[in-house]
Ligand binder design. Structure first.
Ligand code: HEM
Length: 595
């Protein structure tokens, strides 16, 4: 997930504070944070395309030019003709107030075509919206290291102690490779994937229990005919936290239980202290994610000397210390358990893998490729890898599941096909047989996941920072150029997609005969890079398989058991869009489908 991610369902107090900081402070900061809340009227001022930059390779991009010039005129169309359309909106997300960066990206593509230049907070970014232009950035070649970094050296990230560590903000190629190898191996082993499905099942059972109990609080006595209004956004953000925490640390968090307690007069049978501790943990992670946004976007001077921000910054640094201390305790506790469990079989969670990798207790016995990677990981390294999994692996999946539900409710025929496929492979009473191998048979469901991400991507930009001179989009650029791939610009590009605004999973499902088990899962895209759900190249999302397994498991378990419809079909999808597009609320009525 790219930098600048804000979580949609952070604790309200925290979110309000962030908005206060961003929107109500002095104008110079508002200007620098314009990517969060921008004004279409000002776009011509903000955006400059000037090929005198190109070729010079001036990474500083010294001046803002007030006029706008088109350097790429796509498909013979004059982008100027789209001017009146600058507030173009996808039918599914209608309110520009609710969807800042997504709408901004869409209008950039509409108005300026495949390439343009944007100044945000004094930094020049080159925005790319054509698949041909992003090829080199997402190249898989190991030798192509010009675009191995995601950001420039952001001092704020150093202060948060995440720069050049772990994966997400690690620009040190050697250190990144070391961490990436462990991270990937830890979450791609068959035993880990099995556990992922097992935990999805267990946590769904827990969720199912809460929903039934909430229903029994109401007057309807007939257990087969009840219905319940639930906010999918709240439940599935919590579900994704609980599953990622248990899969990575092997320890339970109880954020679903805590949410249930807030809704119900009867409470879960767990000690309060356990739930409070779990709430603290989840809030620390959420605040850390918000901290990443603030520390990346606001200059060191403003962070430390602006009276508006200073206190927030101090509390975010305290939050970082608490979270790090908590993770360090978990790591130490597990190290001790591993030492004490001499001859016993070890668990499959990510933490156990990271502790034992390259030791004689290695749970997966995968041989490291290079000598330098032979050493075990330190606690400091393990901590950041766990954090990377929390930061990247929770809200992304939860939001996608909400968007998916929304699209299915608006496309009843697609919904019927999804249910038919689930019923075919997981008939009633066989749901406990769910494994990652048989989930992979759900090809139509997988196509629905892809199409959901095409139309409503959770990640808005994939960024790269050039570590050498390069040529992109026919221009020469200097070392230190910041590029941002405009995902929605690619996904709704009419040159590569027929009826791009229509929800049509068949684009990703090429087997017209549903009875044919031997499905061709090669998706034919007009251009390899016209679709990017998980990024690409060296930095491609390492959690992509886990994300798909989790989403398929959720579809099977939730849609298999419950019928679902939106409380209000006319209501807009409520999203907020910064680094990721996040679902704020999704009210759904659920009814039992299978008894
Ligand atoms: C639907 C869910 C998800 C989506 C849409 C998603 C998307 C992405 C994208 C677009 C990137 C940037 C890739 C690039 O720069 O080329 C990324 C990076 C990353 N993702 Fe995911 N992701 C998802 C789930 C997960 C999960 C479940 C995990 C792990 C538990 C994860 C871990 C990571 C990490 C660690 C990175 C940084 C990789 C690096 O810099 O080497 N993601 N993700």
């Amino acid at each position: 997930m790219p930098p600048g991610h804000t979580s949609g369902n952070g604790p309200p107090a925290m979110r309000d504070d962030l908005e206060k900081i961003v929107y109500e402070m002095n104008p110079s900061i508002r200007q620098s944070m314009r990517f969060s809340k921008f004004d279409f009227k000002d776009m011509d001022h903000l955006i400059t395309v000037n090929d005198s930059y190109a070729g010079k390779g001036d990474a500083g991009g010294s001046e803002i030019v007030n006029n706008t010039r088109y350097i790429q005129n796509e498909g013979g169309k004059n982008p100027k003709s789209d001017h009146s359309n600058s507030s173009y909106m996808n039918p599914d997300i209608k309110n520009p107030k609710n969807s800042d960066l997504r709408e901004f990206n869409l209008s950039l593509k509409k108005k300026y075509g495949g390439i343009c230049e944007v100044y945000l907070g004094g930094h020049r970014r080159i925005i790319l919206s054509r698949p041909e232009y992003v090829e080199k950035l997402l190249s898989t070649s190991i030798k192509q290291t010009t675009f191995s970094a995601r950001t420039h050296h952001v001092q704020g990230l150093e202060e948060l102690k995440v720069l050049d560590k772990g994966l997400l903000f690690n620009n040190n190629l050697k250190s990144w490779r070391f961490n990436r190898q462990f991270f990937t191996q830890a979450i791609l082993t068959p035993s880990f994937k099995n556990d992922a499905v097992l935990w999805a099942y267990k946590l769904f059972e827990e969720l199912d229990g809460y929903w039934k109990s909430l229903m029994s609080n109401t007057s309807n006595d007939n257990e087969h005919e009840w219905s319940l209004e639930v906010d999918f956004s709240q439940w599935f953000h919590r579900f994704s936290y609980d599953i990622v925490v248990v899969l990575t640390t092997g320890e339970r968090s109880y954020s679903m239980a805590s949410y249930y307690n807030s809704l119900s007069t009867t409470k879960v049978q767990l000690p309060n202290a356990l739930i409070e501790n779990s709430d603290k943990f989840v809030n620390e992670v959420r605040n850390h994610i918000l901290g990443l946004t603030i520390f990346m976007s606001i200059s060191s001077f403003m962070r430390h000397y602006s009276p508006f921000i200073r206190n927030k910054v101090i509390s975010l640094l305290k939050n970082r210390d608490c979270l790090f201390e908590r993770l360090d305790c978990i790591i130490k506790r597990r190290r001790k358990e591993i030492e004490e469990a001499e001859n016993t079989e070890l668990r499959n969670d990510m933490l156990t893998y990271l502790i034992t990798a390259n030791t004689d207790r290695n749970i997966n016995r995968i041989k490291p490729i290079e000598d330098e990677k032979m050493r075990p990981m330190t606690d400091d390294e393990i901590r950041i890898n766990l954090l990377d999994a929390f930061v990247n692996g929770t809200d992304t999946t939860a939001n996608l599941f909400c968007f998916l539900t929304y699209h299915l409710c608006h496309n009843p025929q697609v919904k019927q096909r999804v249910l038919a496929e689930i019923d075919k492979y997981f008939p009633s009473k066989t749901i406990h047989e769910i494994t990652y191998q048989n989930l992979s048979k759900l090809k139509f469901c997988e196509a629905v996941i892809m199409e959901t991400n095409r139309l409503t991507p959770t990640v808005n930009n994939i960024t790269r920072y050039s570590t050498d001179t390069c040529e992109i989009a026919g221009y020469k650029w200097g070392k230190g150029q910041y590029f941002a791939i405009n995902i929605i610009g690619l996904h709704l590009n009419e040159d590569y997609w027929d009826d791009p605004e229509v929800f049509n999973p068949n684009r990703f499902y090429h087997n017209s005969n549903d009875n044919n088990e031997d499905v061709d899962d090669t998706v034919m895209l007009n251009h390899k890079f016209s679709f990017s759900i998980f990024g690409g190249g060296l930095r491609i999302c390492p959690g992509r398989k886990l994300a798909i397994i989790e989403l398929l498991a959720l579809m099977t378990l939730v849609y298999g058991k419950y019928d679902f419809e939106l409380c209000n079909m006319n209501e807009e999808l409520k999203v907020k869009s910064a680094g990721i597009t996040s679902c704020q609320e999704l009210k759904v009525i659920i009814k039992p489908r299978r008894i």
